[in-house]
Write a protein that binds this ligand. Structure first.
Ligand SMILES: Nc1ncnc2c1ncn2[C@@H]1O[C@H](COP(=O)(O)OP(=O)(O)OP(=O)(O)O)[C@@H](O)[C@H]1O
Ligand SMILES: [Mg+2]
Length: 366
């Protein structure tokens, strides 16, 4: 089976984004019931303002397309919290990357009229990282922690009383002289996001009042997202052109917006003013994104399963070893979409390639 290698640039687009940046400033927070100062540090914020994506990121719930169930649940939660003049309950969002978890946290903050601080679990190395964020929250603020399944144990244990009782229990000093100091916190909402809900410890998971899964988007929803992004970017695009991009977007808004940009480049260089279906198709073909949105790595995974493991059943470890791809990336990025479109099945003995995938690969190969 012939596999076309994608450009290195296309591969690098798949690498995880750098989630947080750390400001080196250290602030001194006063413990409310003592003279003692506790050194807390670091405001860790995602660099959203400078991010190109921010322009097309929806800022209100009405502009957030799709995810009907999630929106219905959150609309009730917002209205109830506002009536009671309280903060939102803690919310855990899970699902594959790029489906709109960060976007939703920013929308909730703007609907509630509060601030949203964004960080990611790997940036919360030391206890003072999380302490610094928590003590600086204003009432009803949202603290968004991405990749929350990667929190270390100490940080996670600091979060338990913070989430449950709005306080921090901080140990000061060492050994026999160690004292536990309790710091009251402003009532806040913790929003956690994860691609791997199964890796969360149950004490942490159980402290979330709302646990919601994000679904892959339908083609008509992605079409709407592309038409909206195109109008923000001032691009002229036909309905069919948007649909062509949507079909190749793996059910994922982030990919839809990225492909739209690639098509924009192509149209510009070819001096075309309107994005039509054939133009979008041509543009994406040269990026090796096929008619179902599969890229080089998806096809490598499938063809490896077929050529080396007779179509399966085969374990994830073996697929990772044979393709040279990271096991986690296959599990979190590639496999969910292949499962979703029914190109592979998961059985107790491993993954199996389906007839649908064989059919599709034939059309791509020819
Ligand atoms: N429902 C939506 N409607 C319109 N655009 C959306 C929607 N969801 C996401 N997007 C677009 O997709 C992009 C990616 O979304 P976002 O960053 O929220 O994904 P994510 O789930 O947080 O991904 P990750 O798991 O990688 O952090 C956003 O910049 C936004 O423009
Ligand atoms: Mg995100």
């Amino acid at each position: 089976m012939a596999i076309k290698r994608s450009s290195s640039q296309q591969k690098s687009e798949r690498l995880p984004r750098q989630k947080g940046k750390r400001k080196p400033t250290e602030v001194k927070a006063k413990s409310p019931n003592s003279e003692e100062n506790i050194l807390v540090s670091t405001e860790i914020v995602e660099d959203l303002e400078n991010n190109n994506e921010d322009k097309i990121r929806p800022h209100r719930l009405v502009d957030y397309i799709g995810q009907k169930d999630l929106k219905a649940v959150l609309q009730i939660a917002i209205a109830a919290a506002q009536q009671r003049q309280e903060q939102l309950d803690h919310i855990l969002l899970y699902g594959p990357p790029g489906l709109g978890k960060t976007t939703m946290s920013l929308i909730l903050a703007s609907e509630m009229g509060v601030n949203c601080k964004i960080t990611a679990a790997p940036a919360l190395e030391r206890p003072r990282d999380i302490i610094g964020l928590l003590v600086n929250l204003k009432p009803k603020d949202i603290l968004f922690i991405d990749e929350i399944h990667r929190l270390n144990r100490i940080t996670e244990e600091l979060l338990y009383p913070a989430m449950e009782d709005g306080r921090l229990d901080v140990t000061i000093g060492k050994g026999q002289a160690a004292k536990i100091r309790t710091i009251p916190l402003a009532p806040f909402t913790l929003m956690g996001a994860t691609t791997k809900i199964g890796s969360l410890t149950s004490p942490l998971r159980d402290r979330f009042g709302l646990i919601q899964r994000l679904q892959f988007y339908y083609v008509d929803e992605l079409t709407e997202i592309i038409l909206r992004s195109a109008s923000i970017l001032k691009l002229e695009i036909e309905q069919e052109g948007a649909e062509e991009i949507a079909r190749r977007s793996r059910g994922t808004p982030r990919i839809a917006n990225r492909l739209l940009r690639r098509v924009r480049d192509y149209a510009q260089v070819k001096q075309q003013t309107v994005i039509t279906q054939p133009l979008a198709g041509e543009a994406l073909d040269i990026h090796n994104v096929d008619a179902r949105g599969l890229d080089w790595t998806d096809r490598l995974v499938l063809s490896t399963m077929i050529d080396q493991f007779q179509g399966g059943p085969v374990g994830l470890e073996a697929i990772a070893a044979a393709t040279g791809e990271d096991k986690k990336t296959i599990e979190e990025v590639y496999e969910p979409y292949l499962l979703q479109i029914g190109f592979i099945n998961r059985t107790t003995r491993g993954r199996v390639v389906t007839d649908k995938a064989y059919e599709h690969l034939k059309t791509v190969d020819s």
